[in-house]
Design a protein around this ligand. Structure first.
Ligand SMILES: [Zn+2]
Length: 77
């Protein structure tokens, strides 16, 4: 069985998505059997959702011409 540290690293970096099938299966098997990693994964997902919502909110509040205004402030090359 994989160690919690290994599983949490793979899950938090997102590397689990691109890991070879056998490795991914071992991660999911570990998560199925380990409540600590299940909780960690759930909390991470909630954190990602909140970060996404905050970014969407910030984007919605940003004036439409802001990128253009920022670009105008940059020194010319
Ligand atoms: Zn674990």
């Amino acid at each position: 069985m994989m160690k919690c540290r290994e599983v949490s690293t793979l899950v938090s970096t997102g590397d689990v998505e691109t890991a070879p099938l056998g490795r991914r299966m071992r991660v999911w098997l570990h998560i199925a059997m380990c409540r600590h990693c299940r909780r960690f994964r759930r909390q991470l997902e909630q954190l990602r959702q909140r970060a996404r919502a905050a970014a969407d909110e910030a984007a919605a509040a940003m004036p439409a011409d802001l990128p253009e205004r920022v670009l105008r402030q940059l020194p010319r090359e």
